[in-house]
Design a protein around this ligand. Sequence first.
Ligand SMILES: [Zn+2]
Length: 268
Amino acid sequence: MSPNSSNSPHSPYPIAIGVAIAIGILVILLEFRGVEAKDSNSFLPPLQVHLLPPTLAQWQVLSKAGDYFSEVKPTAAGYLVWSEFPIKVYLDRPENLQDSSASNRRFQQWTNAVAEAIREWNAYLPLIEVKQPELADIAIERYLPPLGVQIDRETGRIKRFRARSAQTRCEFYIRAGNPPILSHRMTILINPGLSDRSILSAARHELGHALGIWGHSRVETDIMYFSQVRTPPSISPRDINTLKKVYQQPTRLGWALPLNNSSPYKKR
Ligand SMILES: [Zn+2]
């Protein structure tokens, strides 16, 4: 862990780019605000490969099972790889454990299902729960994702609305320090109204995105299958084969920003 790791993810430099992914839908959001970088690419760290985390280094790739790495697309920052472990996860929990109301019990069931998904992924990448969302790398919130819309290009009108059961959004930020580090933070929204089984399945799937599988499988027995299925699968060998390949790819995340006189990230 680097000496900068205790810094809050809310850096003084605003988000440059955000991307989001949801079950069956790929949404790209581009936000440019705050610091104006005339040639922003020139300030990004070069693409480099991180050391494979021991949990994935130990994973014996079952080549017969195959993978769907070709469906995982790199972002402007490269592959969405974590490089500091354990990865800090915030999970929405009911505040009052003594409250036995039906709504609080439903909240607790939601939390239990998501916690189970965290335990399952923890076998492949070390995760630790943190109590403050602002300290988290991945924040999982009990919140209805915004309604998706499909817009007709020709008429400019809304063709249809699309409800989502869950969504994962990625934000890039500069973690202040010397040197400043290009970092990312994931926010997962999971619909509070889902059944326990669907919450577990959605949490498994969205955590797969948040851990770096930024794409979907075409095989129904993979947790990263693009659509919801009647019998939700567990994390499959193909899911982990894919995850391991992702972590062998180059990324700009977790690397120091090159400092030069014209860089807006230069320490003052
Ligand atoms: Zn998805």
